[in-house]
Write a protein that binds this ligand. Structure first.
Ligand SMILES: CC(C)(COP(=O)(O)OP(=O)(O)OC[C@H]1O[C@@H](n2cnc3c(N)ncnc32)[C@H](O)[C@@H]1OP(=O)(O)O)[C@@H](O)C(=O)NCCC(=O)NCCS
Length: 351
């Protein structure tokens, strides 16, 4: 059986935090953030991660024309779980009412969605699942320390989801390649959460060697696209759209130059959301479909790099349907504070 994406959805929180908002509380400027990263604004969630994930998942299930009970496996890719135990996926399972689904999280940093996709691919190839819901969902704003300007400006909240189904049609996931190098662990890590920090004064924070991450991301993501195309038997110029992880527009542009593609062949929405880690690719996929950028039969490459280090890429040949079978409204209410107010309140935890 082939494994193909039949449903997609996203939840992007309503509250917008602009670079100018951040510059009122962080020693930074819109000019610096835009020129170094391409980010203009990001979203700050007033709901918990599993609610964001559920909202995106509900849309993906409707878009596939399915009911929650049809799903047999839920995989949530996240490094910002609601709790360590149980998995965020178990909260999503009960919030969706997906009564026939197994549920588990996976943490591969910003590569989490690609790792989850490979699991769905494997479950379907093995015949143990036929309808897998995979969700990339992150509430990274909770990790941000406004006193750390080198990381506070880069990340945001959001969720994206897809349904992967078994099919005998000649379409879907053509290749998967994954890799890791744990010797890069200290270059991108989070302190304050995890058993190593029990009894310590360590604060919740992202700690990153930006230049080291940047360098590795450019190489691994560029290699990933080239390998995906080669393994699929495609020439690079046959790729219709690359949806790369959104960490920095300069990384995305370096990948584009590496494969000699024009700008319209590389999806970018980082200006709107910043880096939402495991959520960037499914949010991007959902937006690209809504905008009509993905046509029936399109040749896609999804590619990511993240904490670990981890990396992964997948070549996908899209099917005929580029519209959702049905749509659902999700309503988690309005935030009662602005994005900036939410961030300032959270910052009190650091001081
Ligand atoms: C973080 C990143 C944007 C920094 O860009 P850069 O061009 O490498 O910038 P540098 O780190 O060299 O910093 C340059 C200067 O800007 C300063 N700076 C850092 N953050 C700043 C901010 N928010 N506002 C203003 N100045 C800032 C630094 O202090 C440094 O000042 P100095 O030269 O006086 O010491 C970039 O390295 C990056 O995107 N890395 C990869 C991040 C990533 O992909 N993470 C997730 C991977 S999944």
């Amino acid at each position: 059986m082939n494994a193909t994406i039949t449903g997609w959805g996203r939840y992007t929180p309503q509250a917008v935090l602009t670079n100018d908002d951040l510059a009122t509380v962080v020693d930074t400027s819109d000019e610096w953030i835009t020129s170094r990263s391409g980010i203009k604004e990001r979203r700050i969630s007033h709901i918990v991660n599993s609610d964001m994930a559920t909202a995106a998942g509900r849309q993906a299930i409707a878009a596939a024309g399915l009911e929650p009970d049809d799903i047999d496996y839920i995989i949530v890719a996240t490094c910002t779980p609601d709790r360590q135990i149980p998995s965020t996926a178990c909260y999503v399972q009960t919030k969706l009412g997906a009564n026939n689904a197994a549920a588990a999280d996976i943490n591969a940093g910003c590569t989490g969605f690609i790792y989850a996709l490979s699991m769905a691919h494997g479950l379907i190839a093995a015949g143990t699942s036929s309808k897998v819901l995979i969700i990339g969902s992150e509430r990274l704003s909770t990790y941000l320390n406004l006193a750390e300007r080198s990381t506070a400006v880069l990340f945001g909240d959001g969720a994206g989801a897809v349904v992967v189904e078994a099919t005998d049609r000649d379409e879907g996931i053509r290749t998967m390649s994954l890799g890791s190098d744990g010797s890069g662990a200290e270059s991108l890590t989070a302190t304050g959460l995890g058993t190593n920090f029990i009894g310590t004064e360590a604060r919740l924070a992202i700690v990153m060697d930006g230049a080291e991450v940047f360098k590795n991301a450019v190489v691994r993501m560029g290699d990933g696209v080239v390998k995906a195309a080669e393994d699929a038997g495609w020439d690079l110029d046959e790729i219709d759209l690359v949806i790369p992880h959104q960490a920095n527009i300069r990384i995305i542009d370096a990948v584009r130059r590496r494969i000699g593609a024009s700008e319209d062949k590389i999806f970018a929405n980082i200006h709107k959301y910043g880096n939402t880690s495991a959520a960037t690719i499914p949010i991007g996929l959902s937006e690209a479909l809504e905008e009509g950028t993905i046509k029936p039969g399109a040749k896609l490459v999804l590619v990511a790099f993240g904490a670990g280090f981890t990396w992964g890429a997948s070549a996908i040949e899209w099917g005929d349907r580029v519209d959702p079978v049905s749509k659902v409204e999700v309503d988690y209410g309005e935030p009662d504070r602005t994005a900036l107010e939410m961030m300032i309140d959270r910052q009190r935890a650091f001081t």
